[in-house]
Design a protein around this ligand. Structure first.
Ligand code: PLP
Length: 437
């Protein structure tokens, strides 16, 4: 059986890795080295000219430990190649900076992680790159937002924190047929175990590997994954970065040199924006990412089973006004969610507690097993009250517009015993009820 035929559970353990050639070490070693010795003056020159793509030179561009993580994630997403970065934020930034220039425009889902909205709405604005935020479910709004300067569409597969699921096939059709731009999808909340956006029309996928892919709340990281499906050669004047030679990399652009190997986008990303802006992952962090990847499907199955048990418990609770989970009847994108998320809708569950902002604050103080912190995708269960923390900079109306009620609590359900999680929530509800002040 060839490795191309491996199932998900086999690929998450083996893809990209072979015993180390020098030592026969079975697990992937941590190559804690900044640099790699050139074989000769000739090979060094070839490396700089991107004629030798196999060898390593400097760990800001590539490192053997990181390569294993990249190849494994590319395999799990059904992609051609992947480039790891120091954080999810860096992955999003580089995925777009690889395409955009001052004066360009991006259409962006309005129901995404606030940090991404800050990055694109504030930092990119400082670079002269404009965005339009649209309701992810309103296909006419995606269409209407397109300008002559539009060069990308960006969405999350499952929106953080509201859980709205994007109709990727419909959005990809507008991106490709009407806007003539690639669709970039942040697949952090779904993971490739639950959804593979490239199979539904996305061209590029990004992840915060900080979350489920690493999975243990130990390491910040990101990855840009390329399906090599977008044709940057069809209208060269729209994509100058792919058609102008880069300093030190020979006389031709990336499209002319690497599109036949389907590497133009990822190789440009690695050898220009990653090289020049510099947010490379450390090999130690890549090692931790690999450890997480090896149990991804097992963890996600337990995350999903526990999330479903918690949803059922919350739905029957008198102090809960509403439960938010992508596939629940009545959820805004329930039909889309059920169509795309056939293995489960992930680990993020939100609910509106009766009593609004004060009840929300008291609840996070009352939990004992859940950890009150700003992260998701840990084996441990986590909780946060967005109105008093991550979204406290917005006013009530702004929070309401992004679907965040004052008493909304976001849970990232871990892999503990679901009965223990429910017992903890139960005692926290009782604590809030006994002190309604
Ligand atoms: N994308 C999503 C959906 C996120 O939730 C986050 C962080 O919470 C990020 C990207 C940014 O990732 P990182 O914190 O690894 O930079």
């Amino acid at each position: 059986m060839s490795s191309d035929e491996w199932g998900f559970d086999t690929a998450q353990v083996h893809a990209g890795a072979t015993p180390d050639a020098g030592t026969r070490a079975r697990a992937t070693p941590i190559f804690a080295t900044t640099s790699f010795v050139y074989e000769s003056a000739e090979q060094a020159a070839a490396s700089f000219l991107l004629e030798d793509l196999e060898g390593y030179a400097y760990s800001r561009m590539s490192n053997p430990t990181t390569t294993v993580a990249e190849q494994r994630i590319a395999r799990l997403e059904g992609a051609v190649s992947a480039v790891a970065t120091a954080s999810g934020q860096a992955a999003t930034a580089l995925s777009l900076l690889n395409i955009l220039r001052t004066g360009d425009h991006v259409v962006v889902s309005g129901q995404i992680y606030g940090g991404t909205t800050n990055l694109l709405g504030q930092r990119f604005a400082e670079l002269g790159i404009a965005i339009t935020l649209v309701d992810v479910q309103d296909l006419d709004a995606w269409r209407a937002a397109v300008r002559p300067s539009t060069r990308a569409f960006f969405t999350e597969s499952i929106g953080n924190p509201t859980g709205v699921v994007a109709d990727l096939e419909a959005i990809a059709a507008i991106a490709h047929d009407e806007a003539r731009v690639p669709l970039i999808v942040d697949n952090t909340l779904a993971t490739p175990y639950l959804l593979r956006p490239l199979e539904h029309g996305a061209d590029v996928v990004v992840h915060s590997t900080t979350k489920f892919l690493s999975g243990h709340g130990t390491v910040i990281g990101g990855v840009v994954v390329d399906g090599a499906t977008f044709d940057f050669g069809a209208e060269p004047e729209r994509w100058p970065g792919f058609h102008t030679p880069d300093v030190g990399h020979g006389k031709e652009g990336y499209w002319a040199r690497f599109s036949d190997r389907r590497l133009a986008y990822s190789l440009r990303l690695r050898t220009t924006v990653l090289r020049d802006y510099g947010p490379a992952p450390s090999p130690f962090n890549s090692f931790l990412l690999i450890q997480g990847l090896e149990t991804l499907s097992l963890r996600i199955r337990q995350h999903v089973a526990n999330a479903e048990a918690v949803v059922a418990y919350l739905q029957g609770h008198a102090q809960v006004e509403r439960v938010h989970y992508p596939t629940l009847p009545g959820a805004p994108s329930a039909q889309t969610a059920r169509r795309y998320l056939t293995r489960g809708a992930g680990a993020i569950v939100s609910f509106d507690i009766a009593g609004g902002i004060e009840a929300g604050r008291r609840f996070v103080d009352a939990v004992r097993l859940f950890s009150h912190l700003a992260n998701i995708g840990d084996v441990r269960s986590l909780i946060i009250h967005p109105a008093s923390t991550t979204n406290s900079g917005q006013n009530e109306q702004q929070r309401a517009a992004s679907g965040l009620g004052e008493g909304l609590l976001r849970l990232s359900i871990g892999i503990e015993d679901s009965a223990d999680l429910i017992a903890d929530l139960d005692q926290a509800f009782a604590a809030v009820a006994s002190d309604p002040s």
